[in-house]
Design a protein around this ligand. Structure first.
Ligand code: NAG
Ligand code: NAG
Length: 208
């Protein structure tokens, strides 16, 4: 059963559109303009900007950071990252939302290994295969780069459970945040230089 679903997902990803950098300076099509100037959009956008600004203040992202947002729906996260100054932001989702979000399967990303500095998702919980989703996050981020997940607000035990998916990373930052008016826990992982060290034990240390 799982095999079949996976095969189907692979087929979906074969037909992805070519992926490029999100260009924030494109002339806005009318429909997007209506959405992007709505109060609801702006308030979600501003919650993502506040969230990402904290990472900038902590030194985890800069203007030259190459960022990827996964399963991003309508594109609040990539727009927020661009707005705070990042010039190279890509966002993908199973269904595209042009021009902010391109179509690709997050379980099978159309990118080479280690090409991003910062990979973000607020939708790990909805992934069909979380382990595969995380594998792709870790594959496409460079060593020393960051994988960041925002999940429903949770305690240290849950954070440790999520960390088990990240075989090659170490937790660097855990914070409770409000995103889109919902309380979430943000976990930032740093991809380790050497593989297969006892990362899970390090994670436990960093939480204690
Ligand atoms: C980053 O980009 C923003 C927006 O383009 C700009 O205002 C800011 O000065 C830049 N910061 C640095 C450190 O270059
Ligand atoms: C986040 O909130 C949860 C539940 O309220 C709490 O158990 C946890 O310790 C908090 N985490 C942080 C990093 O503050």
């Amino acid at each position: 059963m799982e095999r079949n679903v996976e095969k189907m997902l692979n087929r979906v990803s074969v037909v992805f559109l070519s992926i490029g950098t999100v260009l924030m300076h494109l002339p806005l099509p009318k429909k997007n303009a209506r959405i992007w100037f709505s109060g609801a959009w702006k308030s979600r956008l501003s919650s993502f900007s506040t969230y990402f600004l904290r990472f900038r203040d902590l030194g985890f992202i800069q203007n030259h950071t190459k960022a990827l947002c996964l399963s991003d729906g309508a594109g609040h996260a990539p727009m927020a990252l661009s707005q705070i100054g990042l010039s190279d932001v890509t966002a993908v989702e199973l269904v595209d939302s042009i021009p902010l979000v391109k179509r690709a399967d997050p379980h099978n990303l159309p990118f080479f290994d280690r090409v991003f500095d910062f990979v973000f998702t607020a939708h790990l919980a909805e992934a069909l295969f979380p382990w595969r989703f995380v594998e792709e996050m870790e594959r496409t981020v460079r060593r020393g780069g960051f994988c960041v997940v925002a999940v429903d607000e949770c305690s240290g035990d849950d954070v440790r459970d999520i960390a088990r998916f990240f075989h090659n990373s170490k937790i660097v930052d855990v914070a409770n945040v409000t995103l889109e008016r919902v309380k979430r826990t943000s976990i930032l992982f740093k991809l380790q230089d050497s593989k297969r060290t006892s990362i899970l034990f390090k994670v436990q240390d960093s939480l204690s």
